[in-house]
Design a protein around this ligand. Sequence first.
Ligand SMILES: Cc1ncc(COP(=O)(O)OP(=O)(O)O)c(N)n1
Ligand SMILES: Cc1ncsc1CCOP(=O)(O)O
Ligand SMILES: [Mg+2]
Length: 457
Amino acid sequence: MELIVITHPEMLPGEAAIINQLFARGLARLHVRKPDVAEAELRALLEQIDPQFRSRIALHQHHELAGAFGITGLHFTEMSRLAQSREAFEVLKNSGFKISTSLHGPAELERLFHCFDYAFLGPVFDSISKEGYSSKLPADFKLQKHNFPGKIIALGGIDAENLKSALEMGFDGAAVLGSIWQNPDNAIAQFENLKSLQSFLKSSQQSSSQQSSFQQSSCIPGLKPGAIDSIAVHCPGFQPGDPEKKGEAGFVDKLHFISNETGTMSHIDSIQLALEAGCRWIQLRVKNRIAEEVLPVASKAKQLCDSYGARLIINDFPHVAQAVEAYGLHLGLTDMPVPEARALVGEKMIIGGTANSWEDITRRIEEGADYIGLGPFRFTNTKQNLSPILGIDGYCALMRQMQEASHSTPIIAIGGITSDDVNGLRKVGLHGVAMSGALIGSADPQKTFYQIQQALC
Ligand SMILES: Cc1ncc(COP(=O)(O)OP(=O)(O)O)c(N)n1
Ligand SMILES: Cc1ncsc1CCOP(=O)(O)O
Ligand SMILES: [Mg+2]
């Protein structure tokens, strides 16, 4: 699904800088539409756009500027399309331009010249920025089969809330204007949000069409080479893992923070707290929500983690992990099987798997999990439906079996762990610990982090 940004019709302060950032963050196509702006002003804007991005622009007005700026996209309003012959458009197309146009109803698709690469159709929803530009399509609109070979792009009132509906209507993509420019200070964040949603919708679509082949797939990645000496140390100054270094000491951090929400704290607040305390391995664990609700939170969590140089792991939602380009994904025994998730997210992403018994551990290792979350250590209110509690004796027995079988997959203890438990858990050979309540509920999270860190060394 294509995501196109259309400029604000007026010149905005700092607009070129925002446009350059949008391109740098992956914008594939920008439609420069400024109906009332003079050629000189438009030229001044184009001059400020980094030359490496100019080939991704389509001009609505002042087509004469295209050549000078290496612009290959020309857009024609409905009026200008009707005023020209098919031959004129074919000449442009044959000269290497990508040509697009606007339609105001689906019936026009049948008359549209096939030389157009794509067409905007709208308004699909009530416009965010243009008063009185309301949708004329019914809420249950479906794009019917048509002969036009190009792409049909939904236009009008598109935002993160209704992007999925546009796709379900049968559009090949969406063009956004108001949701990006209504608050230019927020344009980049809005774009990032839409982009991750776009890639989420794309991957969900692909995987639902491939699901049966994934289910039949017997692709179980081979065992990973020895991951880490279980008594290897993680000391201050340690940089969290690099996925290129899978299998080498240190690619899985020793302290995993698990996000949670309380009456007064959102998941993002809890992540901020953990980052400020010093944690650099953050798991977003949102329960009882659908993927579409988790996605914007994950997108925010990714930005926040990036700004602290921290790793983000997404619990339970492989498509979300993929959409936000998370560092890792954690899957429980009843979540998507690790081999299926591996086929979806690729080799680079870290995948952790839960275990509660020796059978679970060996299964996780055979499936190629990069680390194992083993628990619960003790009772905790953070998770419902706990598996049987292991206690220190349970860990001791399982870690001995790990040693006897010469398995070296890093094992992370989880469940009701406090800073006082860390020493004992390290002594029985655990690689590290995952914690939520002990950090979120701490009166001094920085001090708690420091104590845990000392015990992990
Ligand atoms: C590091 C780590 N270990 C175990 C879990 C538990 O995962 P799961 O069994 O899928 O349960 P939920 O967390 O999804 O309720 C974890 N999240 N992280
Ligand atoms: C996700 C999870 N899985 C087993 S226990 C647990 C909760 C961990 O949180 P806390 O550290 O507050 O017990
Ligand atoms: Mg789970």
